[in-house]
Write a protein that binds this ligand. Structure first.
Ligand code: 13P
Ligand code: SF4
Length: 360
């Protein structure tokens, strides 16, 4: 991954109004040739200019469907921009406004660690079916595609893991242990039939018999969703006995089990929107999204499950200034921060992505 460069002085000193006006005008000039996609965790200053805002699955589907945009400015993180590049045509260029917007969870699996894990685990289990969360590099997706597996997002993990478990092999799920554990548990797999691969110490553990495990989880996690714990839930329930607690599936199993629902960012938004006026919700996910949900649902009482939590620092790197700079570059036909995945990797990774889109 390349490193971002400092924004030119102009963008650091121009007023918000000036930059906003620039983006608005550029959108008019470029029309359908430009598509701005934004993940739900982006700052409001960015989301306001998005042609579409969504969860990982929705954004991947929108990118795959769009054939008009020559320029796709992806306001999200690196793996999302890579996925968009692989799902779009060669004439479509995907731009990530700040190259430092990575995902710490996706960075928890690299090719070397994956090869080591695969070789050790296949010695124990024989051939396995690898499944990767979309929060992973294109190269990990390519490995999964080449071994007959699929990608998943938090909104389709149930369907894809069900499919995987029915293929008659042990399932190897990366990199988010929590999403893998939470969804497998919902599907009826007891915790002692899950194993955990510690990729740092190269050790496999389970509360049950290792050989009998049906799913092997990579021990990756999201530091944002680790900020929600059982005490937060107990305190909320004590203060508001009728509160609905809904958390992202990246939260740990204990938190998910004590919550009323878990799922993707889109599921969280939808659950709140369809609830009765005056409903109470405590939400366990990125604070930017919780604040936006609260602003859009003023007839309901919305709290963050942990009001002291920090937002996803990498998602937050993309600012109005970065967006304005990226769009000016496009107007000037200057290619900066384009995200490209090589042909071979794309071909293999698409096997895993297409399988997911087919099953979603
Ligand atoms: P969603 O697909 O639910 O939007 O999640 C993406 C993500 O990175 C959450 O941390
Ligand atoms: Fe990655 Fe967590 Fe940020 Fe989502 S919230 S992009 S999983 S670091």
């Amino acid at each position: 991954m390349e490193f971002s460069r400092q924004l030119p002085e102009y963008y650091l000193t121009a007023s918000i109004e000036e930059l906003s006006e620039k983006i608005k005008n550029a959108k008019q000039v470029l029309g359908d040739k430009l598509m701005i996609l934004s993940h739900h965790y982006q700052r409001d200053e960015v989301v306001q200019f998005a042609d579409a805002t969504g969860d990982s699955l929705q954004l991947a589907q929108i990118a795959a469907k769009n054939k008009k945009a020559e320029w796709i400015v992806f306001c999200g993180v690196h793996f999302m921009a890579e996925t968009a590049d692989m799902l779009t045509e060669d004439y479509q260029k995907v731009i990530l406004p700040d190259l430092d917007a990575g995902c710490t969870m996706a960075d928890m699996v690299n090719d070397e660690d994956l090869e080591i894990a695969w070789s050790k685990l296949t010695e124990i289990y024989g051939d396995m079916l690898p499944i990767t969360y979309i929060n992973s590099t294109a190269s990990v997706k390519a490995f999964v595609g080449n071994h007959g597996g699929a990608t998943v997002t938090s909104s389709n993990a149930r369907q894809i893991i069900t499919w995987a478990l029915n293929q008659g092999k042990k399932v190897f799920f990366m990199p988010d242990q929590h999403l893998g554990r939470n969804v497998s548990f919902d599907l009826g797999i007891p915790l002692d039939e899950m194993a955990l691969w510690d990729f740092i110490n190269q050790k496999l553990t389970s509360d049950g018999n290792i050989e009998d495990c049906k799913i092997i989880l990579w021990d990756g996690f999201c530091s944002v969703h680790q900020q929600f714990n059982v005490e937060h839930i107990q305190e909320m329930r004590k203060s508001y006995p009728h509160i609905n607690i809904i958390v992202h599936s990246e939260c740990c199993h204990e938190v998910v089990e004590l919550s009323d629902a878990h799922g993707s960012t889109n599921k969280i938004i939808t659950e709140v929107e369809k609830s009765e006026p005056n409903s109470y919700f405590a939400i366990g996910t990125d604070i930017n999204l919780v604040n936006r949900i609260a602003e859009k649902n003023i007839d309901k009482h919305i709290f963050s499950l942990n009001p002291d939590s920090c937002p996803c620092s990498t998602m937050n790197r993309i600012s109005l200034q970065h967006l304005a700079w990226s769009i000016d570059n496009i107007l000037n036909e200057k290619i900066e921060n384009q995200i490209t995945v090589d042909e071979n990797t794309t071909k293999s990774a698409l096997k895993a992505l297409d399988k997911m889109l087919e099953l979603s």
